[in-house]
Design a protein around this ligand. Structure first.
Ligand code: ADP
Length: 511
């Protein structure tokens, strides 16, 4: 140990009072599931955390029935301000239990505690506060006259931001007056179950929030349930395509937030020190398990060498290891399956001729780990430049002119996010205007705010989450209902099918 090394600073897990096993949360109580239970493990140590129930199709049916009953009997009868009070209460309980939630998230997901503590959990509370404020102002959201809830929302979320994705889904749904059945990802159910306890603590009417744990079949049963009015999904493009097909022609409203392969464009007039930090944050935040990660660095040719050298120097200082340690920058990869995928695509990158560089770090013996990696001189046709790796792997490409940067940035089946680094405001605006991406950051990256809509173009999905636009996904207006009844059902079916075709046309995985 040199004198510059950090002493271990592990966050204590004594704040957690986990049960040995967790049931499904249906109609306000925890009940047994009828599927085969499965274990949630810590990806950093591979240690068993708790046994999680799996919901069968019959359990999903019970959960949807509970949500329907709650929608009709209680939730839709409450005023917006009363719904808002419940949401404010949930937001405050999240703040009160913030440390416990952060520790649980880090234990179950593998992300560094400094991220779950300083980013995920504060954003979760912010999301509930933000939508609590909207609950009694739906008439003023500019979404049309007399906005009304849709009914029961089926919500399926991934493992990369378990609690944050839950907040993105549940907060707007409840504010708009819907009830929900949410399915967390199978490797990260824990914080959704702690959230169920918060729902009980907040004395939310029974059945307004239901949590069904399980794998893909549970999700498929939920999406296909005939009494569901709305489907909201965040996950891979492959599953998004299946869901789009499953709901086509059913009249269910859908939002899909899928994969990404964001370009982070650095011009030679950029503030280089900040850009280096932004590149690191863009791809190594949350081990790169981020749908909007800046996984393709597009750097102007004349500063390419300088940027790559400085990046390597910076990456060599990142600390990989125990996610519960407050000094850890890079935590564990969420699952063995995901680690295998990152390894496979990285090996392909090398075989395709890109120059591989790996940050010098000691990999712990147990658990799933992947050291921060850069691929330089990547060609646009290379698989690592086209497919979502969903790990701490950066592909570096170069460009000479803004037009070339734009062409390369848009040369992807995805369109979720992008970043631009330059000290010229006019250049940033001109380039941003031509990028086909839902979110564009200028001189920053991976910034989230509940007031800002988030969503994709092309294979990154459709619909927006966050902001007023996020409310629209959970509402219908008198005008919309009327035009839907005037329109032949064939029209909406044709439109849905067209959307499905667009999605089905491309390739790639991601979220
Ligand atoms: P990943 O490949 O990264 O696990 P997925 O898209 O498979 O991403 O998973 C995202 C979420 O979708 C998870 O909660 C998962 O259980 C769920 N899921 C997987 N397959 C299906 C399906 N066919 N229908 C509905 N949900 C599914």
């Amino acid at each position: 140990m040199s004198f510059l090394d950090y002493a271990p600073a592990p966050e204590s897990t004594s704040i957690l009072h986990l049960k040995d096993s967790y049931g499904l949360f249906i109609d306000g109580t925890f009940v047994a599931g009828h599927g085969t239970p499965f274990a949630s493990i810590s990806p950093a140590t591979e240690q068993h955390i708790a046994e999680i129930a799996s919901a069968s199709a019959a359990d999903v049916d019970t959960a949807v029935a509970a949500a329907r009953k709650a929608y009709e009997k209680t939730w839709s009868k409450l005023s917006g301000s009363d719904r808002g009070k419940y949401l404010f209460r949930i937001a405050r309980l999240i703040q009160e239990r913030a440390r416990e939630l952060a520790v649980a998230e880090t234990l179950d997901n593998g992300k560094p505690i400094k991220e779950s503590r300083d980013v995920d959990v504060p954003l979760v509370a912010a999301w509930f506060f933000y939508y609590a404020g909207w609950a009694d102002k739906l008439d003023h959201a500019g979404l049309g006259a007399n906005p009304r809830a849709l009914g029961v929302a089926a919500q399926i979320i991934p493992w990369n931001f378990p609690l944050l994705m839950l907040a993105w889904k549940i907060a707007p749904a409840l504010a708009a007056g819907n009830t929900v059945v949410l399915k967390p990802a199978e490797t990260t159910s824990l914080t959704a179950l702690l959230f169920a306890e918060i729902v009980q603590q907040a004395e939310l009417p029974d059945g307004v929030v239901n949590i069904v744990t399980g794998a893909g079949e549970t999700g498929a049963a939920l999406v296909r349930h005939p009494d569901v009015n709305k489907v909201a999904f965040t996950g891979s493009t492959a599953v998004g395509r299946e869901i789009a097909k499953a709901v086509a022609g059913t009249g269910k409203k859908v939002t899909l937030e899928l994969g990404g392969k964001a370009a982070n464009i650095v011009f030679d007039d950029a503030p280089i020190d900040q850009a280096i930090e932004g590149i690191v944050n863009g791809i190594f935040f949350n081990q790169g398990h981020v749908c909007c990660a800046g996984s393709r660095l597009l750097v102007q040719e004349n500063i390419h060498e300088e940027v790559v050298d400085r990046l390597k120097t910076r990456l060599a200082t990142l600390r990989l290891g125990d996610p519960l340690d407050k000094n850890t920058d890079i935590g564990a990869i969420n699952s063995r399956e995901q680690l295998d995928r990152i390894r496979e695509l990285s090996d392909i990158g090398e075989a395709e001729g890109a120059e591989r560089w790996t940050a010098p770090c000691v990999i712990p013996e147990n658990g799933f780990w992947f050291a921060p990696t850069i691929f330089d001189n990547v060609s646009t046709s290379s698989r690592i430049a086209r497919e979502e790796i969903f790990g701490p792997v950066l592909s570096v490409l170069t460009f000479r002119t803004p037009a070339e940067a734009i062409a390369k940035a848009n040369n992807t089946p995805y369109g979720l996010s992008a970043g631009i680094w330059s000290d010229k405001g006019s250049k940033i605006l001109a380039v941003a205007d031509k990028l086909r991406a839902g979110v564009i950051w200028a001189n920053t990256f991976n910034r989230f705010d509940p007031a800002s809509p988030f969503g994709g173009y092309k294979e990154s999905g459709y619909g927006r989450e966050g902001g007023r636009q996020g409310l629209a996904a959970y509402l219908t207006t008198a005008a919309a209902a009327e035009s839907a009844s005037v329109r032949t059902s064939g029209y909406s079916r044709a439109r849905k099918q067209a959307e499905t075709r667009t999605l089905a046309a491309g390739e790639g995985e991601g979220k």
